[in-house]
Design a protein around this ligand. Structure first.
Ligand SMILES: [Zn+2]
Length: 80
């Protein structure tokens, strides 16, 4: 009886550990994906040629004022 309990507990621990690793891997992948999406949201400052966020109104490197980022074109509705 005690052996059964021990084996059940061991099985539970193994499954829990595997699930934990799986969730950790998934969250890491999701974080990387979010970073990849964040990447292209930058533009080049015309004055100092440094990369600044696309929404920036002022360059953080040379403090020159920047043109606001052009709005992304709305997705054209596909013809029905
Ligand atoms: Zn600049």
């Amino acid at each position: 009886m005690l052996g059964d309990l021990a084996s059940v507990m061991l099985d539970f621990l193994i499954v829990a550990f595997v699930l934990f690793q799986l969730v950790r891997l998934l969250s890491k992948l999701k974080l990387r994906h979010a970073d990849a999406n964040k990447g292209p949201d930058k533009k080049e400052c015309p004055m100092c040629l440094e990369q600044v966020p696309a929404a920036a109104k002022r360059c953080k490197f040379c403090t020159s004022e920047l043109q606001p980022a052009p709005e992304k074109p709305a997705q054209a509705p596909s013809a029905a």
